[in-house]
Every structure is written in C-alpha cells, then in structure tokens.
Design a protein around this ligand. Structure first.
Ligand code: PLP
Length: 393
C-alpha cells in the first residue's frame, strides 16, 4: 500500500484544462466546438522571438544556465520594468522561472503551513487556493465584487488580515473577471498594510500590459514602503503569446531570494536555455506585435460585451483588462456550472463556470475572447439560441 501524503487530498486544479480536454474530445467526435474556455492568446509567438530561440539552439546554448536565469535576461527584465513603470529593480532580485505559475507555487510554499492564513482573490485564479490548501494553511477568500467593477476593495482586504495572516495575494488586471483595480484603491491598500509589517504580498501582474479604455496598470513595485516584502509575478505567456514556452519571472525581496533560488535548484534547475534567449528577444526586440495583439483584443472585447448584454437574462460589465468577460447569468435561471456544461454539450461553446474560480463566482461564467471575432459572434448566436430555448430552467 502506497502512502501518499495527506496534502494531496487537498490539492485542486484548473477546470479550464478539463474543459479543454472535453472540448477536444467533442471535436474529435466531429462536433463543431467554439472554444472560449481556455485562457491563452490565439496568436502565434512573434517570429523574431521564435527565430531567437532557433538561433540560441544553433549557437550551442544546450546546457544548464544559472538556476536564477541568464544574466542578460535578468538585466532585460530590470530594464523593461524601468521602461514600463520607471522603477529600479536590481537584476539580482529577478528570477527566471518556468511560467508565471511557478512564482505563486514558490511564494505559497514559503508562507503556507498549518496555522497560517493566506488571503487570495475570489473569484480568482484557481491555483492560489489549491496551493494554499495543499500547504495546510487556511485559504481566506477576499471577495471580488461585480458592483465594484471587479476591482478589489482595500478596506475589505485589510479587514480580513489577522495575526495569523502571512501572505496576501492580489491580482490586477484580473483573471477571470477582467477587473482592473484603480491606483487610488492600491494606494489605500499599501497605506493600510503599513499596520501589518509581517504580511508578505504577492502581486500577480501577468496581465499588466493588457488594459483598455485608457486604464493604467498600477504596479505594486512602485511603492518603496512595501518592497522589502513584495513578490512580483509576471511572465511572457500572455503578453507575447508564449504560454507553451513556460517562461515567467519573479521579483523577490532580498531576504526571500535565496529561498526561491533553492526551490529552483531543488526542482527545475533552470529554465530551458533557448527559451530564455527567446524571452530576451521578446523584451529587447520590437514591441509592435504586443500592441497589435492588445488592439485586437480590445476590438473583440467590445464585440463580446455588446453581444453578451443583448442575451436574455445576461448582463456583462465591461472588462478593463486581460482577455476575459465575466457576465452575470443569474437572471437566466441557470446556475453557472450547469449552464457552462450545457453550453458545451448542447450548444458547442466552451466557457468556464464562475464557481471554478471560487465560491463568489456563482452567478457568472467566464468567456475568453482570445478567439476570432467571427467565432465570438457565432458563439454569441449559439448562446442566444440556447437561452431562448431553455430560459425557464
Ligand atoms: N496568473 C494568472 C492570473 C493567470 O491567469 C495565469 C494563467 O492563466 C497565470 C498566472 C499562469 O501563467 P503561466 O501560464 O505563465 O504559468
């Protein structure tokens, strides 16, 4: 009899991958499925980035790199943060990791244990809660509310901090809501955090470059008063359409850097060398492809929001960031997960039920608009037909 540790009875996962598997299975059976479930850009990685990886392989970059990443790449991350936010971050505090997820994995492992509490956004990226519970810590949801434009509330967040709180996770622009928290609210949060100097903060800013309607992303790096306890999570997956390359980075406060480096040495050793050269080209090469992708997401965002608001019983706030819409479906009479499942099985449209992002996600479904306008319009039409036929359920 094998004795796997108890913690595995508490680990969760991302239902988006299960939906993707089911959608793929239905497609294999010959069904025409429109996938608005998965959270990845539908664009190819820009050619100059692909070429840089090929060149790195040809040039012989086949071995291990330093565990924290190649120095030119860490320097490029620092330069990029300076350019985007005018903040000074030493390359010595930057770590290259295999995907954005790895930063949250490390941060949660560093602070989670039985007796500790970790605050995380709900609805939010499902891995936060999964990993917190895996460590035995108590996962304390910070409600993210529609009436607040899906921004987090500084007051509500601060009120949940107790003497047991070790780590606060925040995410803006946010998955699954597309919410962007305004600077005024972040100022207020940082001010309030002065009262809790023992609480570390992990800011997941992986969608930082995807904001719309002139909304400006406010990085937590801009607050010197919390830099000694701030972990920044960012990466290449979304911005450069590089989800499959597994390229992310973290900025750590000095006292935590060595712990993160040791976790790297004990697990992945270093990120794929050629992918790091691709990441270097992404940051230092032309940014036109990023701007073009964001402009295209913006066009689709308008199409999806307008279309959703015409559906019976559906109302959708206008997302200010990322590439998700999170419409309220409570007036359709459906609960979110059965609706998402029926939309996939009967209408051929993959979406994700809000409860897959936490208990406060009931009443909502998530649609990713990382799909063509044509497919989005077809999906909206299918959802409309479905709701008209099934409105009384
Ligand atoms: N953080 C958020 C909020 C995300 O939505 C995602 C991916 O969906 C990640 C982190 C993880 O990104 P990566 O694919 O680089 O691990």
């Amino acid at each position: 009899m094998l004795h796997i540790i108890d913690a595995f009875s508490r680990i969760g996962e991302e239902n988006a991958f299960a939906v993707l598997a089911r959608a793929t299975e239905l497609q294999r059976q010959g069904r025409d499925i429109i996938n608005l479930g998965i959270g990845q850009p539908d664009f190819r990685t820009p050619e100059n980035i692909v070429e840089a990886a090929i060149k790195a392989l040809r040039d012989g970059h086949h071995g291990y790199t330093p565990a924290t990443g190649i120095l030119p790449l860490r320097e490029a991350v620092s330069a990029d943060l300076k350019k985007r936010f005018n903040v000074d971050v030493s390359p010595e505090l930057v770590m290259i990791v295999p995907g954005g997820k790895v930063t949250m994995f490390m941060a949660i492992l560093m602070f989670g244990e039985p007796g500790a509490e970790i605050l995380y956004p709900d609805p939010g990226f499902p891995i936060y809660r999964s990993m917190i519970e895996f460590t035995g810590a108590k996962a304390v949801p910070v409600p993210i509310r529609e009436e607040n434009g899906f921004a987090f509330s500084a007051d509500e967040t601060l009120a949940l901090i107790t003497p047991k709180t070790r780590l606060l996770i925040i995410n803006s622009p946010a998955n699954p809501t597309g919410g962007v928290t305004p600077k005024s609210e972040i100022d207020k949060l940082v001010k309030g955090l002065e009262r809790f100097p023992d609480v570390a903060i992990m800011s997941d800013e992986i969608y930082a470059q995807m904001t719309y309607d002139g909304e400006i992303h406010q990085t937590l790096l801009a607050y010197p008063e919390i830099r000694d306890r701030l972990i920044l999570l960012d990466g290449w997956s979304k911005t450069y359409a590089m989800t499959g390359w597994r390229m992310g980075y973290s900025v750590w406060p000095k006292p935590l850097y060595d712990a993160a480096r040791k976790l790297a040495v004990n697990s992945f050793s270093c990120v794929n060398a050629s992918a790091q050269y691709a990441g270097l080209e992404a940051l230092t090469g032309p940014q036109d492809a990023v701007h073009a992708m964001v402009a295209e997401f913006d066009r689709r965002r308008k199409v999806v929001v307008e279309g959703l608001n015409k559906l019976p019983g559906v109302s959708a706030a206008t997302p200010k960031g990322a590439f998700y819409a999170f419409p309220n479906i409570s007036k359709t009479g459906w609960r979110a997960k059965p609706l998402a499942s029926a939309l996939l099985e009967e209408a051929g449209v993959a979406t994700i039920g809000g409860p897959d992002f936490g208990v406060y996600g009931e009443g909502f479904i998530r649609l990713s608009y990382a799909n063509s306008t044509e497919n989005i319009l077809r999906a909206l039409e299918r959802i409309e037909n479905f709701l008209n036929e099934h409105s009384q359920k």
